[in-house]
Design a protein around this ligand. Sequence first.
Ligand SMILES: O=C(O)c1ccccc1NCC(=O)[C@H](O)[C@H](O)COP(=O)(O)O
Length: 198
Amino acid sequence: MKWKVCGMRDLTNIEAVATCEPDYMGFIWVEKSPRYVGADFVIPTLPALTKAVGVFVNESTDTIISLSKKAGFQVVQLHGEEGQDVIDALHAEGLTVIKAVSVASKEDVKGLNLKPDYYLFDTKKGSQVGGTGERFDWSILKAYAIDIPYFLAGGLDEASIEEAKQLPGIYALDFNSKLELSPGLKDLTKVKEIMQNI
Ligand SMILES: O=C(O)c1ccccc1NCC(=O)[C@H](O)[C@H](O)COP(=O)(O)O
């Protein structure tokens, strides 16, 4: 099972979490988020196996591409209304694409027809996109039959691991606010627990 630590920002904390070698580390490029990395952010050197994920909401394709090159993202995660045209353009630049889907009911997972590399299923909560710290009803995913693997997100913590691993089609677990001391700052003890349990 792969795992991702999302919402990183503090350089010292990034280096500390990197020692646990998560498969993915996420950096939020959304100004309204308390985890926004800021315009001049450049990723420090990460372990070879840890991929840097840039998280965006409805940015233009050109902006995503230029910011990804500047900051050093290999993977982009899209939380807005981005369609297949955006995904295709990002693929053409060699970027791996994760498309986030906010989930509240089984209707949200029915009829997905985009072709990202991965979906990311996250909790739907009003107009908030991402970082809710709340879990959705995972039984919605028990009938998942699309041939695109997914990240599971939304209030995950160490206690979520065993149950989440049983879901069909799951590829990775996404951890964020439940590991935080404050927005953007992860508790290394909790990150180490995740590493050991995964
Ligand atoms: O985390 C944010 O602040 C955020 C803001 C805007 C778009 C996406 C955001 N997070 C993306 C993630 O992948 C989170 O890890 C995911 O939403 C789960 O977060 P949490 O519910 O806090 O575990």
